[in-house]
Design a protein around this ligand. Sequence first.
Ligand code: ADP
Length: 231
Amino acid sequence: MKSASTPAVIELRQCGLTYPGPPPVTGLSPCDLLVRPGEFVTVVGPSGAGKSTFLNVLGLLDSPTTGSFLLDGIDTGTLSDAQRTALRGRRIGFVFQSFHLLPYRTACENVAMALTYGGTARKERAAFARSALEQVGLGHRLDALPTTLSGGERQRVAIARALVGRPSLLLCDEPTGNLDSATAQSVLHLLDDLHEDGMTVIVITHDPTVASRGQRTVSIRDGHLNEQAQP
Ligand code: ADP
């Protein structure tokens, strides 16, 4: 159990992003959001609503043009580009709709590669990768190439890759978008399990069924973020 003094994983304070244009376009209107350690939050909205903008801000891929964003209590607005990149590498595990695995590398190598720039020794990288693959139920496919894995298995490898650096946040962009509904369910169950084990999970989706899996759901419409009432 995290103590009450543990900082929020995500804290947005009147955080917004306007694309410069011309003409300027509001991608994300100034908003506040607090995501505490261990929460499972889904973010839902139709196409063009601002989901990618939101993901890019949370993932430290783009900087807010107004307000502030604290990640694990660190004010990201005070960081250099190199510090932001390092923080992203250490604290955020990304899961994308298309799995982005290297086709000629085994599952284990794909996962271990995520540790290449973190200063972990080669032998340890392989051991951590094996354990991350075991955590997602793929301990028996360590040496499989992605082409020999099903879509659901590939997404599990991608989730293992996101987890292997022990991030504080798992940030998922349409993680089931390329999967059939049965496989999607199994990936969503895996995210539930990770949440139960204490991981902070944010899933961005256009799909209300996926969004309903969150402990909390926030919606984005026309760049405005709103907390949805719990059913
Ligand atoms: P979603 O991911 O929900 O489809 P986006 O975050 O991509 O939505 O887009 C939100 C708004 O910001 C849209 O009006 C879109 O046209 C605009 N937008 C996105 N990227 C840019 C950009 N690089 N320059 C200008 N406008 C952009």
